[in-house]
Design a protein around this ligand. Structure first.
Ligand code: ACO
Length: 190
């Protein structure tokens, strides 16, 4: 078990836990029959959200628990991104205490192929520089984001070929070409 500060990205997982436990079992909740186990409660959840936002909550979680959502499809994606990045131990490897991670780059379909994503990524790197980050990192999940990252000087720290990322039923992600791998890419900022 490890003890960690509850961050905003854990909100959904914490609320799911509370629905299964506190909402039904806390003595006063139970006395008035506030909730059935697993059921949501709007007012109580607003209180939880506000409390988590204060950034002062602590949780005990099993080591290496992935705090994903209840959506198994989403968790498949979250799992590969989380485990590959975790194993890279970026903070130790690069001797940094913060990393600016570009999590999502998205361009409307009608505006693609005009260099907008590349320009957005370039500006994100500038933001990293302006804020004193020493490492800029991207989980590039497809060929286009990988081209952009390479052209901006990011190097591949880890490559996972989708055809080789399997469970007992074969490849977990059947990704159509030209996308064939996940590349964890990073730029060291002087
Ligand atoms: N066919 C061939 N090459 C393409 C295509 C295409 N359809 N689209 C982009 N490229 C190439 C470009 O030629 C360019 O390479 P080059 O500089 O060597 O010529 C490179 O990819 C980037 O092109 P941009 O025009 O800067 O990219 P664009 O503005 O079209 O946006 C993006 C690319 C963001 C991947 C867009 O297709 C998109 O929104 N896709 C859906 C979301 C997604 O996959 N996002 C990336 C996931 S990784 C992450 O989010 C961190």
């Amino acid at each position: 078990v490890q003890f960690i500060t509850v961050t905003q990205d854990m909100r959904e997982a914490v609320i799911r836990h509370l629905r299964d436990s506190f909402f039904a079992d806390e003595p006063l909740n139970k006395a008035v029959g506030l909730c059935q186990r697993g059921q949501p409660h709007a007012a109580l959840e607003r209180l939880c959200v506000a409390t988590i936002a204060d950034g002062l909550s602590v949780a005990a979680v099993e080591r290496d628990t992935v705090l994903g959502s209840s959506d198994e499809k989403y968790n498949k994606i979250f799992n590969i991104l989380y485990t590959v990045s975790r194993d890279l131990e970026l903070f130790q490897t690069f001797g940094v205490d913060r990393v600016l991670e570009c999590r999502i780059v998205s361009v409307s379909e009608h505006a693609r192929g005009r260099g907008l994503a590349k320009e957005l990524m370039k500006r994100s790197i500038q933001i990293a520089m302006d804020h004193g980050f020493k490492l800029f990192k991207v989980d590039a999940t497809g060929a286009y984001s990988q081209r952009i990252c390479s052209s901006l000087g990011l190097r591949v720290l880890q490559k996972v070929r989708y055809s080789e990322h399997c469970d007992q039923n074969g490849p977990i992600f059947k990704v159509p070409p030209p996308h064939d791998s996940l590349c964890i890419m990073a730029l060291e900022i002087p």
